[in-house]
Design a binder for this molecule. Structure first.
Ligand SMILES: Nc1ncnc2c1ncn2[C@@H]1O[C@H](COP(=O)(O)OP(=O)(O)OP(=O)(O)O)[C@@H](O)[C@H]1O
Length: 716
């Protein structure tokens, strides 16, 4: 059964082109637009709808400080307009797919409608999000709409932060958190409705949740428990795949959006998308009023920081209002991420530079223009070598629509695609789901912890067989499961599920008391969870490398990172200290946050928090107890251990991949190069590199992981 409730479809959105002629000189460049929007009219409309004061201190008031009538805004949303018919459908069906335009009100309104209609009584409505920033900001918005304190009727639960209470009825949570809850209760009995939002993202966690809710629904029916309603939502999903998976369940199409988004495509291809983005920013900046904010999609932290510096420099000489540039990426401390939702002073323009964490679900109220570079940084994984490949790729059409959908949420907007219409048409409709290209160890552990059998578990797309086998073997060798054929969790495995981190690292923390080094292991794991802590600006490279010397340990990168973290903790004026020492304050603050969360899990598990002091071999052995598969040996012969500095040395990993030490690593120039190393990551770019490396004694492997060491010996 397909219902159509409104008439404006995505295919009817304006698709226009912009001509991007000379991009050589930012200030002189001029772009030509067809059918430009009328800025005066737009301003009038915007002043009526923007802004709301939220109870977390984030002020979303409109640029001209006219408070938003939040209830009036609600009532204009396409979902609200069709609420009666929609609720009828929701009552009728236990499983359904809802497709609706970005910004139509799916995520904020549908849970409220269900709650208000008292379809719910003592049970809770869960709404999952692939990303924590979306879960938090949506919960804050819905709490404001429902005039309630966050954490009471409306709450959220994300990694390291649970803002819910026994009165919470509408709960926004990351898919990872719901997966954790399924470990304790695979039937998810406290929920009467589970809404799996942004289904198109197809993260490993959501793919597993699709199967978990399907089984929970069936089992609850068989056990005559309260029924579970499952709603799958997105603006851009592959409906057929989901429909097949959920036994031809009904699909509801909600068409229509509140404000139009005009799409402009570049008329020519750009070799340098960062440069094209900066040019576009300044052209729009010079021609549009302040408080028309911009959202620019880039691929990662380093790129964001480079563009941020460029913008700040160019802005000094450019016409237009003052600019506030806000970065937004996953590794940014939560408080810094939420800065993006803070109101900018009147007369100022906010430019948000984001990775794809801002691609779906979020509303950043005053975003008028989206600038879409059309690329994303994606990790893929090779099962046989364990190598990760980090590559910048063209994003899918679905991602393009989602990005454009971040404009037009509180007023009409536009999306500038820095790629041609022809390029867009040639792109994949959807990216391949994560489950077919990423390591599955964490998800397998959670799945087994829920008592499910990985070999019969229902999935929309099956991961490659060798990927499942490799994950099960690793879990067995980590001691998390008893065997690979009919796996059951061991006591250690059960404890590992208490940590929201990769099982290799939870094993490190759980083994740390044995080596008397939990203090140090916590700091190291935390700092490794954050992005690069070293800041090496190109123009001050020599100076930055000189300063780095004071942290360097001859044992390698891990102890060097620990030295940095310890010094950071002692520094009284942290920001200033980081600046002087060429360190990234945001990333170290993030590590600090993560450490305190990991510490509280260790305390819950009653692990003794002791320190190994200067006996750092203990810490490296402990690290090896979780990362034993990440060992590499210097190749004998030319280029191997005997051949001059380590920079030229070649290593072979336990999985047989050949790689060199990464040039940014401490051991890159060690003489003689270490015979055996432990690495955190095997990265393929143009060459293969071992990243974050420490020297280890070859016999340690035998001591910490005898079974694995035996297997390695027989393979070598
Ligand atoms: N934080 C916010 N501040 C201001 N307005 C907001 C906020 N969050 C939501 N809104 C308003 O509510 C509308 C609906 O948002 P909602 O997230 O429910 O849409 P959606 O259909 O789920 O979109 P998407 O598919 O992009 O996730 C937005 O377009 C915007 O007008």
């Amino acid at each position: 059964m397909d219902s159509k409730y409104a008439s404006v479809g995505k295919e009817k959105e304006n698709k226009k082109s912009f001509e991007n002629n000379s991009l050589h000189k930012v200030k002189k460049m001029k772009l030509c637009y067809e059918n430009n929007v009328n800025p005066t009219k737009e301003n009038q409309k915007e002043s009526n709808v923007n802004g709301v004061k939220q109870n977390n201190g984030l002020n979303n008031n409109s640029s001209n400080d006219i408070p938003e009538d939040i209830q009036a805004v609600r009532k204009t949303l396409p979902v609200y307009v069709v609420r009666g018919r929609l609720l009828e459908e929701i009552k009728k069906h236990n499983t359904m797919i809802i497709m609706g335009e970005t910004g139509s009100g799916k995520t904020t309104q549908i849970p409220q409608l269900i709650y208000e209609q008292q379809l719910e009584s003592k049970f809770v409505i869960a709404v999952t999000q692939p990303r924590r920033v979306a879960a938090i900001t949506l919960a804050l918005r819905v709490a404001a709409e429902m005039k309630t304190e966050i954490g009471s009727i409306v709450g959220y639960s994300v990694r390291f932060e649970d803002v819910t209470s026994p009165t919470t009825k509408v709960k926004y949570l990351t898919d990872g958190m719901l997966l954790r809850e399924a470990v304790a209760d695979p039937l998810l009995k406290r929920y009467s409705t589970i809404i799996l939002d942004e289904a198109h993202e197809r993260t490993v966690n959501t793919d597993i949740l699709f199967g978990i809710v399907k089984l929970a629904q069936k089992d609850r029916k068989e056990q005559k428990l309260n029924p579970l309603k499952v709603i799958i939502m997105s603006a851009t999903m592959d409906v057929d795949a989901f429909r097949n998976f959920y036994d031809n369940c009904p699909v509801i199409y909600l068409e229509g959006r509140t404000y139009p988004v005009t799409i402009y495509h570049s008329k020519m291809r750009h070799e340098d998308y960062q440069y094209a983005a900066v040019c576009t920013i300044f052209q729009l900046h010079a021609t549009t009023p302040a408080n028309h904010d911009f959202l620019v999609f880039l691929t990662g932290q380093e790129e964001i920081e480079t563009v941020l510096t460029n913008i700040k420099q160019i802005a000094k000489e450019s016409p237009g209002p003052p600019i506030k540039v806000c970065p937004l990426y996953a590794g940014l401390p939560a408080s810094k991420q939420l800065q993006v939702w803070k109101k900018t002073p009147p007369g100022m323009r906010k430019i948000v530079l984001a990775t794809n964490i801002a691609e779906a679900s979020v509303t950043i109220p005053e975003i008028k223009f989206v600038i879409d570079t059309g690329v994303v940084k994606e990790r893929t994984w090779c099962t046989s070598t364990g190598a990760e490949r980090l590559a910048v790729r063209a994003c899918s059409q679905a991602a393009g629509w989602q990005r454009a959908g971040r404009a037009g949420r509180t007023a009409a907007g536009a999306a500038y695609r820095l790629y041609t219409a022809r390029d867009f048409a040639a792109r994949l409709a959807h990216n391949a789901p994560e489950i077919v290209r990423c390591p599955l160890t964490s998800s397998m552990l959670m799945l087994i912890a829920t008592g499910m059998d990985p070999s019969t578990f229902p999935l929309i797309d099956s991961p490659p067989r060798d990927s499942i086998q490799a994950s099960l073997l690793l879990l067995k060798e980590l001691g998390a499961i008893d065997n690979e054929n009919d796996p059951k969790l061991t006591i250690l495995g059960k404890k590992m599920t208490a940590f929201p981190i990769d099982p290799k690292y939870s094993k490190v923390l759980l083994c740390a008391p044995e080596y008397n080094c939990l203090e140090e292991a916590l700091s190291l794991v935390a700092v490794m969870s954050s992005e690069n802590v070293f800041h090496t600006p190109l123009h001050k490279r020599e100076e930055a490398l000189k300063v780095k010397q004071k942290f360097i340990s001859p044992l390698g990168d891990h102890i060097t990172l620990l030295n940095v973290y310890k010094a950071f903790c002692k520094a009284p004026l942290k920001k200033q200290w980081c600046k002087e020492n060429y360190l990234n304050h945001k990333n170290l603050s993030y590590a600090y946050e993560v450490r305190s969360q990991l510490l509280s899990v260790c305390q819950r598990l009653n692990l003794p928090i002791t320190s190994c002091g200067n006996v750092l071999d203990q810490l490296l052995k402990c690290l090896l107890s979780g990362l034993f598969t990440n060992c590499a040996w210097a190749r004998s012969g030319a280029g191997g251990a005997g051949a001059g500095g380590a920079g030229g040395a070649r290593y072979v990993t336990s999985a047989g991949a050949a790689a060199a030490l990464h040039p940014a690593g401490v051991l890159h120039c060690a003489r003689p190069p270490p015979a055996a190393v432990l690495y955190t990551e095997l990265l393929h770019t143009k060459r293969s590199y071992l990243v974050t490396v420490s020297a280890v004694q070859p016999q340690w492997l035998q001591q910490v992981a005898p079974e694995f060491a035996r297997r390695c010996r027989s393979n070598r």
